[in-house]
Design a protein around this ligand. Structure first.
Ligand code: ZL4
Ligand code: CA
Ligand code: ZN
Length: 394
């Protein structure tokens, strides 16, 4: 059981693998795994490693990954290299969402070391889940995980293997009910699909729906996550979607997140919580159009931590990489209850040149931008979400 009351210390373990940080999606691809090395550099230079247990682990095995993938897709992912892919044009049509390495028009390139990359980030999330299951940690962190779009039979949205589904499955071996919360700016469609009819896992995604400056029905990836989608069978009302419009700011986000999550925690009463901390919901992201500050984003972490239930923190999206590293470093400090103790001046750690435009500070200024989330709209989505949670009572 958790060791301490809210506000005080937690036993935190942390996974980092330099091999993952060197993975390259292609020179111009928006997904840059180096952001995890930048995060680690900050975490280390702020001295936060001294307070955590470093999780060293093997990559996930084929048998472990096989649990969440179809046989065909597993074999494809395991055997495909940029060379065999180029050579074997006959197979190409079977490849679905995977695409040719170097073809930068595609979200999911076939890259060097693809299987190893997946096995490593999935191994990290599995080890983190195990550390919670055995009770050796209160909070476990894997910033290289959180690949919420991957499905059993295909890659999607930069995600090849759904490490979250793997971690949730592992947690269910110990904990009767597990809650999944997703604050990435995109809808957590892959995780939702895996557990839509499962009564033991509840999934909640907050996300952008529709683009800025365009009509309400314009496409923002992946286009799903309507408030009306609530799960099915045993899992009915154990899927919750909170679609928001572009421009969402700290105040507005909190006005939805806190009352909705308070109700979910009270009604679903999870024994463990997994939080996907996609940092593309931050202001100034290259893909997302929300306007959250790092403190606003981290308040979600602090709020869920305050329930003192075993907590797994995962990464996810985040495409303005200095912001991502600042955010995940700050959230590591929040996990430790040390966020007030880390100075705003970026310590020397080898990546400080990325922070020149923000005056070498950890936090950056968020512009006063307009939001498409009117008070009326906010009231409506809060009401609809709370109405769905209430159905769980019945
Ligand atoms: C890019 O600039 O909406 C990839 C992807 C590569 C380099 C140069 C090529 C430019 C934005 C995105 C053309 C790229 C066009 N480069 C990609 C329907 C789409 C088909 C592919 O955070 N094109 C697909 C996926 C989303 C689509 C978002 C979020 C993951 C996560 C968890 C995944 N896909 C249209 C886009 C660029 C690129 C610039 C891009 N891709 C933006 N949105 C998408 O939730 C990790
Ligand atoms: Ca989300
Ligand atoms: Zn995202």
């Amino acid at each position: 059981s958790p060791s301490c009351p809210d506000g005080s210390k937690r036993r935190v373990c942390y996974y980092y693998d330099a091999g993952i940080a060197n993975v390259d999606y292609g020179a111009h691809h928006v997904m840059v795994p180096r952001r995890v090395a930048m995060t680690h550099g900050l975490v280390a230079s702020y001295g936060l490693l001294r307070d955590m247990e470093l999780l060293r682990t093997r990559p996930a095995t084929q048998d472990e990954i096989a649990y969440i993938l179809t046989d065909d897709y597993l074999r494809l992912l395991r055997d495909l290299t940029p060379d065999t892919y180029r050579a074997d044009s006959a197979r190409r049509h079977k490849i679905g969402a995977l695409s040719l390495s170097g073809d930068e028009r595609n979200d999911n390139p076939v890259i060097d070391g693809l299987w190893d990359y997946c096995a490593r980030y999935a191994g990290g999330s599995l080890a983190a889940a195990r550390a919670l299951g055995t009770g050796t940690s209160d909070i476990a962190i894997n910033w290289s995980g959180g690949m919420h779009h991957a499905c059993s039979g295909e890659a999607s949205g930069f995600c090849y293997v759904n490490d979250i589904a793997l971690a949730l499955t592992e947690l269910l071996a110990t904990f009767p009910r597990v809650l999944y919360v997703d604050i990435d700016v995109h809808h957590g469609d892959g995780v939702e699909k895996y557990f839509a009819s499962d009564g033991k896992v509840m999934t909640v995604s907050f996300h952008q729906f529709g683009r800025a400056g365009k009509g309400d029905d314009t496409f923002f990836f992946p286009g799903t996550g309507n408030a009306k989608d609530v799960g099915e069978g045993e899992g009915k009302y154990r899927t919750l979607n909170v679609p928001m419009k572009a421009g969402m700011d700290d105040t507005g986000y909190k006005e939805l997140f806190v009352p909705i999550m308070r109700e979910v925690m009270e009604v679903f009463r999870p024994d463990a919580v997994v939080l996907q901390c996609g940092a593309d919901s931050l202001s100034g992201d290259r893909l997302g159009e929300f306007n959250l500050s790092i403190r606003g984003h981290a308040e979600c972490v602090a709020y869920l931590r305050s329930f003192n239930v075993p907590l797994l923190l995962l990464g996810g999206g985040g495409y303005t990489i200095n912001h991502v590293a600042s955010c995940w470093c700050y959230e590591t400090a929040v996990a430790l209850g040390k966020e007030k103790e880390i100075p705003d001046d970026i310590p020397h750690h080898g990546y400080e040149h990325y922070y020149k435009d923000q005056g070498y500070k950890l936090h950056y200024a968020v512009p006063k931008a307009g939001t498409k989330n009117t008070k009326d709209h906010m009231d409506n989505i809060r009401k609809e979400a709370l109405k769905n949670v209430e159905k769980l009572h019945e």
